[in-house]
Design a protein around this ligand. Structure first.
Ligand code: 6MZ
Length: 363
């Protein structure tokens, strides 16, 4: 695993509440169990279950959301998630989360996001680049890549950008509210919009007005696409031409052709697809076909907590399942820099990081 851990990585598909450490989730559930708010054994059972169907995963999210509805907890999990990704040398992280409201504890969607931002500021093991004006700020020419020197000590650095998720369970108004929040928080590092949530719920036409508006306003857009069979929706999504899509599991021949001719990059989440049985086994996973067609791809975790994985583990899995070497996985990641939701300044800096890491690849 060490060779995958030490490699610089970009993570473009990670849901905040799906990426919570197991230990933190169990601790939070135990606390609420003691207060009589939840039944701890319900959590223990689901959290420790390895195999979950897509439906069970969404039940688990409902449980997770019960223990994470508190500003301080949101701040804590955000901090931990970023520190965990940084610890395995993720150098650029796009974290996505669904803004939540809970009147009983005075949480608005805005204050939820405020708690997320506090979590980003609270990161202490690594320097976080969360600057909105990518193109303006530059790392000084001679400073070493990935690392910033701070108070005389060499510190690791991670770029973090936020995407706000539109939940498929919501209305057009709720989707519009999410886009407006993203616009309001643009200067605070929110760069785009994701459409996610239970894929068997909701209709594309509900979210389309908000997504169109987001695009007009210059926000980047990524869509969960084809997680379950729904050819009509998949076609509409591809016609919309988002900057990226996630999963692309249940496509038919016509949709593969459309995708390949569009060159829309795909966020691939191997463990997630297998665990939810969206794809029965890795030997028939569409990664292989898209990779050999040179379609733009990026390996991602989706929900590292829920699926007990890490980005290093996903790289390892892809390498062994598809017979790829270290250089090929490295090149795949390096290519993904082209489709991150950040400006040319950040892309240039990341390319420098990869160039310098390439020299050490064969050591
Ligand atoms: C679709 C998913 C997902 O937003 O509360 N989410 N949506 N497909 C998936 N594949 C398994 N995994 C996670 O993070 C959790 C939320 O992200 C979405 C769901 O809406 C889930 O409730 P946040 O931080």
């Amino acid at each position: 695993m060490e060779k995958w851990v030490s490699m610089p990585k970009v993570e473009l598909h990670a849901h905040l509440n799906g990426s919570i450490r197991d230990s933190t989730l169990l601790e939070l559930a135990r606390d609420l169990g003691e207060k009589g708010v939840v039944v701890f054994s319900d959590f223990e059972h689901v959290i420790q279950k390895d195999d979950r169907s897509l439906t069970e995963v969404f039940k688990l999210f409902d449980l997770i959301h019960i223990v994470t509805t508190d500003h301080q907890i949101i701040t804590r999990i955000t901090k931990e998630v970023i520190e965990d990704f940084a610890a395995e040398n993720v150098v650029y992280l796009e974290l996505r989360t669904t803004p939540k409201k809970n009147d009983s504890i005075g949480m608005s969607k805005r204050s939820y996001l405020g708690a997320v931002l506090e979590g980003i500021k609270a990161v202490s093991t690594v320097d976080v680049d969360f600057r909105p004006h990518d193109a303006v700020v530059r790392i000084p020419k001679n400073s070493p890549p990935i690392y910033d020197t701070c108070n005389g000590s060499t510190r690791k650095k991670i770029y973090v950008r936020l995407l706000l998720s539109i939940d498929r369970r919501g209305t057009t108004e709720a989707a519009m509210e999410t886009v407006n929040l993203a616009l309001e928080m643009r200067d605070l590092g929110v760069v785009g919009i994701d459409l996610s949530g239970n894929p068997i719920v909701g209709d594309w036409s509900t979210y389309l007005p908000a997504l169109k508006f987001a695009r007009e306003q210059g926000l980047y857009i990524t869509l969960h696409c084809g997680e379950v069979p729904n050819p009509k929706e998949v076609r509409s999504m591809l016609d919309f031409l988002p900057q990226r899509i996630g999963h692309a599991c249940c496509f038919e021949e016509a949709e593969w052709e459309k995708l390949k001719s569009s060159s829309i990059p795909v966020e691939i989440c191997l463990t997630s697809n297998i665990r939810t049985n969206t794809i029965p086994s890795l030997d028939i996973h569409h990664f292989a076909d898209l990779y050999s067609a040179k379609h733009p791809l990026v390996l991602c975790t989706d929900d590292s907590g829920v699926f007990s994985t890490s980005l290093s583990n996903e790289y390892n899995l892809a390498a062994s399942a598809f017979g790829l070497g270290r250089r090929e996985i490295f090149q795949l990641t390096r290519n993904a820099v082209e489709f991150i939701f950040a400006g040319d300044g950040v892309k240039r800096e990341l390319k420098e990081i990869f160039s310098s890491a390439e020299q050490k690849l064969d050591q």
